[in-house]
Every structure is written in C-alpha cells, then in structure tokens.
Ligand binder design. Structure first.
Ligand code: FAD
Length: 518
C-alpha cells in the first residue's frame, strides 16, 4: 500500500495551496486529482490580498504574469458606443489604495489557471508528489490513519495517510464519505455558462482597457473578463447552453460583433451555490475550500477563503507532524475557519442581494453598506478574526465594517497589521515564515533574551504604532495571525512567553513546569 503522511484530495487552487504550504513547511504531501492535469478554465479572477500573501510566501508571485488592467465598464454590447465611457475603478481587487497600506503585496488580478500553475510549480519545487487522473473512491479511518481507495490510470489501489485534506470541491466525495451534512440555501437560480475564448478585441474596445465589462444585452447578460490583458477572455452569462445557444453565439451576443474571429477554448456550466459543511473535521480528515464552504461569486471570496483555509491548516499539520505541537492544535482549524466561512457565506448572500452596493465606492454606498451590515470589499478580505485554543485572549469583534485599516488593530486573533520592518523588503506579515516569531514595540529590546531562550526569532518595529505598546510584544503565527499580545515586559518575560507558546501549541497540555500562565 502506498503510504504518505498527508494526502490532499483535489488538485485545484485549494488543494494546490494546501500542498505547496505543507511542502513549504517541510511536510511533503501527496496530491491526487481526478483530472488528467490542472484545470485550464479559470473561474476566479479576483485575487485577495491574503491570497497574494500566500503566493508571496511561496515565492510564486512572479509566476502569475501580470495583468495591468483595472476598472469596469458597463455596456449593452461591447460594440455599442456606450462602451466608450471611461472604466470605473473597481472596489477592491485592483486599486492600490489602501491596498499598499494593508499588505506588503501588490494587487495582481490573476486568472485562476495562472494561480494554479504558480501554486503547482511551487508545490512541485518544494517536493510535493502529484498523481493526476486519480480519483478518490472511498475512505475509511481508524485510530492510526486513513485508508483511501483510489482509481488511477493503471487501475485501483489504496493509499494510507496519517491525515487527509479534502479539497475536492463543492460536490466533495470526501465530505460524502465522512457523512458530513451541509447547511445553507444550496444551489441558487438556474444554470450559468462560462466561455473561455481567444479574440482580439482591441478595435471593439475602442481604447477601453477594462478588466471587467458588464454586458446588459438581454440576449446574453453577463460579465466579460480579460484574463491576460491580451486576447484571452472569459464570458460568464446567466444563459445556459442547454437553452439551445452555442458558446460562440453567447460570446457574439456580448460583443455585438458577428464577423470577428473567435476561438472558443472551453465551456463550463455552473450554478451559484451557498453551502456550509456542518463540521470541517472528522478525526484525521479535514475539509478545505469549496468542499467545506461554497459561496456566490460576487465579492470574489470563494477561492480566496479556501486559500485562507490552506494557510490556516498547513502550519498546524506541519507542527503536529514535526512534534512541535500536540494533536490538539488541529482542533483550532475548525474553531477558526468554520466561523470565518459562516461569515463569508452570510456576506456573500447579502452582497448578491445588494450587488449595487458592492460596485459603488461612494460615501453614500458606504453608509448604506454599514446600515445593512455589508462589509466593504477590503474589510471582507481581512475580516477573519479567530477565537480558538490557538489564540490567547482573542478579540473576535470586528472593529469596523467599512474601514480596513481599523480592522487591523493588533488584537489577538487578527492578522498582524502590515508595517515594513526593514526597508521595503521585510514586513511584519513576513516575519514568522515557517515558525512562530515575536514582534516587539520600538522599545522592546529587553524581549530579545527571553525570546531567544524559547528559540524564537525577534523583530522590533522601527517606529511607535497605535496597536502595540512600545515595550509590548505580539507572538505571530506562521499564518501571520497574532496568537498573543503583551502590553509590557512584566517580571518574568521568559516564563510568560514559554507559557504562551505552551498554550498555543499544546492547548490541553499540563504546561511547562514553572511557567506562568500569561
Ligand atoms: C464564475 C465563477 C467566478 C468565480 N470567481 C471567483 C473570484 O473571482 N474569486 C474567488 O475567490 N473565487 C471565485 N470563484 C469561486 C472559486 O472558483 C472556487 O471557490 C474555487 O475554485 C474553489 O477551489 P477548490 O480547490 O476548493 O475547489 P475546485 O476548484 O472545485 O476543485 C476541486 C478539485 O477536486 C477534484 N476532485 C473532485 N472530486 C475528486 C475525487 N473524488 N478525487 C480526486 N479529485 C477530485 C476536481 O477535479 C477539482 O480539480 C468563482 C466561481 C465561479 C463559478
């Protein structure tokens, strides 16, 4: 029987991110994917800053290529003169302000197939083994591991793993096998069509270098999206091909051009879905990405929240497998990611019902969003605030629904605010890497020795900030979340630090003898 420590089921974005991050942490996983290769048909395009941070950590940003396009236009058809209007800035994914105040990354709207290729390259470089054309058929677990029966190109066989991550999409076979039920509205509306095509739209666009083009033609209303700023496009429309129209006809209805050369590359049918798994973990098996939660696409949080699952889970599995943490640390995955997914689903449903507020960046729209509790797009991408055994004294309340800078307040359970620690090279978001790290205030030199005694790297903020006392410190996890915050050094910094590490990594542990509980 083939043996592996961690088996990832599903080789799309979330499975690839999980594998790459596990490998980054030194745990070489095995990935099985039903398809013969990576998916060539991009669905997602909106790449959130947390996803960019994962790609940055993996050294994969350069592999995304660049799509310098920004903005959205609204037209009847692309050939319609109305399309000459200047593109409007998009609310979140493409504008640099306040993006660069929130994260060390740059906005890079990226087609999902490019993200997948970049993650696959990173995962392979770091030692992940991939088995394409291999489908999970069944799964059974006992106290020491999980036995998975698969069907591969050469027939059926079994894989034995210590842990399994089910990143196998909204119709997850892993979830089925575990008997995990889902809540939420389920499939919403009728079948949609997504057409990936190649065409030179330069002339038709009349100088409008848009990223998104909302098409209002009632024959095929939908969204035309530039995949590479050159000639690769996706058209998502609410019209089903089963209604008798060919993909090419749908694209032509959007373009308003009957004789332009178009090469249809692939077509996909899809349905809006709102689902949340009742649990994200059964024993040694975890659910991540769409297998755990599926959301309507407006707001671009489906893939991004799945990548956040991967970021959350990978370091925990790695720490448990290397003996640096107890198995109990894994409980915090569901404690943290399930509430995050619940919020994400509620927000996506609210956004779908109030789509005009999503696209509108006026102050009036911000007021209306605040009134109905709809998070501004930038806030949404930083809204995860964890309350779990891996966070000490968490503050789960979101400080603002509209102001993303206010959301990053240095509270335990939130993503550490971004500040450059050295030049424009090392950010507070980067400093943990594959370990925990201590970040001190500008006058926190006295933390150096106690931190070193715990084997922790220490960095000091170059300036005073309003979210951390000058003599205070925060313990940062490998996923850049704050696990613990100290206002001052206190009488026994070494003991307090040791106890904090103990509480985070061995939550039910007896504690280190002599270590004060923080
Ligand atoms: C039109 C549209 C636009 C979207 N836009 C955005 C956006 O802009 N931003 C965003 O964040 N999200 C967006 N999303 C959502 C995003 O595409 C999904 O959330 C994301 O693809 C989920 O990734 P995943 O890896 O969890 O699942 P999937 O991408 O569904 O991948 C699951 C993988 O598992 C494999 N698999 C399934 N069963 C098995 C099995 N038994 N054995 C082995 N392999 C198996 C499948 O072949 C597949 O490769 C959009 C979705 C749609 C439909």
């Amino acid at each position: 029987m083939l043996e592996t420590r961690v088996l990832v089921v599903g080789g799309s974005t979330v499975g690839l991110a999980t594998a790459a991050l596990l490998a980054h942490h030194g745990l070489r996983p095995l990935v099985i994917e039903r398809r013969a290769g990576l998916s060539a048909h991009p669905r997602a395009m909106g790449t959130a800053m947390r996803t960019m941070e994962v790609l940055r950590e993996l050294g994969a940003v350069e592999d995304l290529g660049s799509n310098p396009r920004t903005g959205k236009i609204t037209v009847h058809t692309l050939a319609d003169p109305e399309s000459a209007a200047a593109p409007k800035a998009l609310p979140a994914t493409t504008s640099t302000s306040p993006w660069t105040a929130l994260t060390p990354t740059r906005p890079a709207p990226s087609a999902q197939d490019r993200i997948d290729a970049a993650l696959h390259k990173a995962a392979t470089r770091l030692g992940t083994e991939f088995r394409f054309g291999t489908e999970l058929k069944s799964l059974a677990q006992d106290e020491s591991g999980v036995t998975v029966t698969v069907d591969g190109p050469a027939g059926g066989y079994q894989i034995r793993a210590e842990h399994v991550v089910g990143a196998d999409g909204v119709r997850s076979q892993v979830r089925e096998q575990l008997g995990v039920r889902t809540t939420g509205p389920g499939p919403i509306g009728t079948e949609n069509t997504s057409v990936l095509f190649r065409a030179d739209l330069t002339e038709l666009s009349q100088g409008n270098d848009f990223l998104l083009c909302e098409v209002r033609n009632p024959e095929a209303p939908g969204m035309l999206i530039s995949m590479d700023a050159v000639d690769r496009w996706v058209f998502h429309t609410g019209v089903a091909t089963s209604a008798g129209r060919t993909p090419e006809e749908l694209v032509r209805s959007a373009l308003g051009a009957t004789d332009l050369p178009i090469e249809v590359l692939s077509t996909m049918s899809w349905q809006v879905n709102g689902r949340l798994a009742e649990t994200f973990r059964v024993g040694r098996v975890f659910l991540a990405g769409d297998s755990a939660h599926a959301v309507p696409p407006l707001g671009a949080t489906g893939m991004n929240s799945g990548v956040a699952d991967a970021y959350n889970l990978a370091w925990k599995l790695a720490f448990v497998h290397s003996g640096r943490a107890s198995e109990k640390l894994l409980d915090s995955y569901e404690q943290e990611r399930l509430p995050a997914a619940r919020l994400n689903l509620a927000q996506a449903l609210l956004r779908m019902d109030n789509a005009h507020l999503h696209w509108d960046s006026s102050e009036q729209a911000a007021r209306e969003r605040a009134e109905i509790g709809l998070l501004a797009p930038f806030v949404m991408s930083l809204a995860d605030r964890y309350s779990s055994s891996a966070v000490i004294d968490p503050e789960p309340e979101l400080p603002s629904t509209q102001d993303a800078l206010a959301v990053l307040d240095g509270a335990p359970g939130s993503r550490v605010p971004h500040e450059w620690v050295s030049g424009q090279d090392l950010s507070t978001v980067d400093i943990a890497g594959t370990d925990l790290a201590l970040l001190t205030g500008v006058d926190g030199q006295a933390w150096q020795r106690p931190a070193a005694a715990q084997g922790l790297r220490v960095h000091a903020l170059p300036n005073s900030v309003d979210w951390l006392a000058d003599r205070g410190a925060v313990l940062i996890r490998p996923d850049s979340f704050i696990a613990w915050r100290a206002e001052d050094l206190g009488a026994d910094p070494a003991g307090v630090l040791r106890a904090a590490l103990d509480r985070v990594l061995t939550p039910s542990g007896a504690g280190v003898p002599g270590g004060a509980r923080p």
